[in-house]
Write a protein that binds this ligand. Sequence first.
Ligand SMILES: Nc1ncnc2c1ncn2[C@@H]1O[C@H](COP(=O)(O)OP(=O)(O)OP(=O)(O)O)[C@@H](O)[C@H]1O
Ligand SMILES: [Mg+2]
Length: 221
Amino acid sequence: MANKIEFENVTVKFNKRWLALDNVSFTVQKGDFVFLVGPTGAGKTTVLRLIYGDIMPDQGEVRIDGFPLKKISKARLLELRTKMGIVFQDLMLLDDRSVFENLAFPVRLKGDEDLMRRVVSTLKDVGLTHKSNELVKSLSRGEQQRLALARAMINEPEILLADEPFSNLHKTDIDWLIEKMNNYNELGLTVVLSTHNFEVIPRVPRARVLSIEEGRITLEH
Ligand SMILES: Nc1ncnc2c1ncn2[C@@H]1O[C@H](COP(=O)(O)OP(=O)(O)OP(=O)(O)O)[C@@H](O)[C@H]1O
Ligand SMILES: [Mg+2]
């Protein structure tokens, strides 16, 4: 299970002095759609990295389903991450591999026998079936973003984390992406998404918004 995300008085200092997050507390419930908004350097990526246990707080606790990540074993953390789909700010796709291979890789890691079926259905879901054999570097930015979403979703996560998924996209691609994430959320997926793009917020009427500035939550609704 990976449902409830809790931050309690979380402080992160990079290199022991740069205060990236300052006493941040909030809770994300199962099925929530949360926009993390704030200017560059505010701490959005840091929040997402804490959720998937890539970094640990210097003070305070991050808990998933009540369990503090600081106390989690490496094995249990890897297991927890299989419940999370992550779309990274810089996508982190394998540029010299095909679309198909980029999707098959995370599924194979999980030892899924029905690999082909999963990849085919996920490609269809994001409208990339016709690009299956193309190299990632030949795709448009919008197509790459769809692929990054597909890779995040292929193991059927409970939580989707997306870091600035709308940057460098055309409006039609932004419209498609927010609608897709909205649909996943309606089916029960928890979504935590960072963005500079305020225009997308009204597209998810039930979404919550957490504004972060200089490492502090300045507005929550
Ligand atoms: N590994 C690191 N080492 C040192 N400082 C860091 C590190 N990662 C982030 N920071 C600093 O912490 C602060 C928060 O960074 P973070 O990446 O979370 O911001 P962000 O809100 O995601 O910004 P952006 O909108 O530009 O992606 C920034 O001032 C950043 O320079
Ligand atoms: Mg960032």
